[in-house]
Design a binder for this molecule. Structure first.
Ligand code: AHR
Length: 331
């Protein structure tokens, strides 16, 4: 490594560490022996995946608002969809002796080392939204979030019902979430499980759109060029579905009619598209985890036992239901 590259690497590391330290809603007080800050408040280090989707923006807002309401000092760090940034942020939280670390892991694997460091420092870790695949369950106290396999299954079950009378082949293209992430892995397997009983369902192309609108559009454009017949698009989140809708319209086809669309999340923009007949079914994934997370943090610090797995309660939406829910939808 030449000197200039080495200097850039060091500077990059410092910026990442600083952003982990300073992008919070407030600064931390010291930590006393009862585990609470010297000002009597709990300090939480929260490492967020990024800002890749409407869902994520709603989740961040929920966590930040809930922390304020609960009097929890929040040190918030945005990892910009990079595991290395999350690891740096967690190490920075350990150095700062926060009371609790919460994070939404961008991918499932590769967390054991840093989680062992948190454990050695006696800082409890709460997983929110996404899981890790660690065999050692003592590395985190609880996991609060959705059942992504179930979400994929709900999407597949809808398709099986909707095409119950169809006899010909049903060609499906799939826009996958971030490679290696729990929602991408689980939504794919839950969906595959639901449709596997009927050979008329064929996933003819499947590729990551990284949970973003831009990538969803780009990959859908490629699908439209490479696939002679597409009946259904299954998108692992609404942002990719919304990007794909643009690609479908630009190709002169009608989303929701020429190509049926089933998606996951249930964000407002998707409900608007549903009210226009462009998305046929949406499986809800609730991002409003903030209040539950703060409750859990308080319980964990008070030494109370919490459940190992807390599942979010979620529904599904037809276009009619989405249209009715639109005026009061929070995210
Ligand atoms: O982990 C939840 C997923 O992450 C949401 O479905 C997606 O929109 C987000 O980026």
């Amino acid at each position: 490594m030449n000197k200039r590259v080495a200097a850039a690497v060091v500077a990059g590391a410092m910026i990442a560490a600083l952003s982990a330290c300073s992008s919070g809603a407030g600064s931390s007080g010291g930590t006393s022996s009862d585990g609470k800050g010297s000002d009597g408040k709990i300090t939480m280090g929260f490492s967020q995946v990024g800002a890749e989707s409407g869902w994520r923006t709603a989740n961040t807002k929920s966590v930040q608002e809930a922390a304020k309401k609960a009097g929890v000092t929040l040190k918030f760090s945005d990892a910009q969809q990079k595991q290395e940034n999350q690891i740096k942020a967690i190490r920075s939280f350990i150095q700062q002796k926060v009371d609790v670390i919460a994070f939404s892991p961008v991918v499932e694997s590769g967390w054991d080392t840093v989680l062992k460091e948190a454990k050695a420092a006696k800082i409890p870790v709460i997983l929110t939204d996404r899981a890790v695949d660690s065999k050692d369950e003592s590395l985190y106290v609880t996991f609060l979030g959705s059942d992504f396999v179930e979400e994929g299954k709900k999407a597949g079950d809808w398709l099986v019902k909707d095409y119950a009378a169809a006899t010909g082949e049903v060609n499906i293209v799939q826009l996958e979430g971030t490679t290696g992430s729990a929602p991408a892995n689980d939504r794919k397997s839950g969906f595959a499980d639901a449709i596997k009983g009927d050979p008329k369902f064929k996933v003819v192309a499947s590729q990551t759109g990284d949970f973003t609108r831009a990538k969803g559009k780009e990959v859908m454009q490629a699908f439209l060029k490479s696939q002679p017949k597409i009946d259904v698009l299954y998108a692992h989140n609404d942002d990719m579905a919304l990007g794909a809708i643009q690609a479908i319209e630009e190709a002169g086809k009608k989303p929701g009619k020429d190509i049926k669309i089933v998606s996951v999340d249930g964000v407002k923009d998707a409900f608007t598209a549903m009210s226009q007949g462009k998305i046929n079914f949406d499986v809800e994934c609730n991002p409003l985890l903030g209040d539950q997370l703060m409750e859990l943090a308080k319980k964990v610090k008070a030494g109370e036992t919490v459940e190992r797995r807390i599942k979010t309660v979620e529904g599904t939406f037809t276009p009619e239901q989405a249209t009715a829910a639109l005026p009061t939808r929070q995210y």
